[in-house]
Design a protein around this ligand. Structure first.
Ligand SMILES: [Zn+2]
Length: 66
């Protein structure tokens, strides 16, 4: 199990996938990205990660349990 990188924060103003570290183009998350708030932190997940883990997300599982 890979722990999510502590990359929840934007890097240089870019949105970064909290799971795989993909950096979004521009300074806002693309509409295909998923936004999740966990422990008061806003996390973004790229479309690939969102698709893979949509069930876990909908089950309100914290991403640390993925
Ligand atoms: Zn990702």
């Amino acid at each position: 199990m890979v722990r999510p990188v502590d990359a929840a924060q934007a890097v240089d103003g870019h949105v970064v996938c909290a799971r795989c570290g993909t950096v979004a183009d521009g300074d806002t998350a693309p509409p295909t990205w998923l936004c999740s708030v966990e422990d008061g932190r806003r996390l973004h997940f790229c479309d690939d990660c969102a698709r893979l883990h949509i069930r876990a997300i909908e089950s309100c599982l914290d991403s640390l349990w993925w």
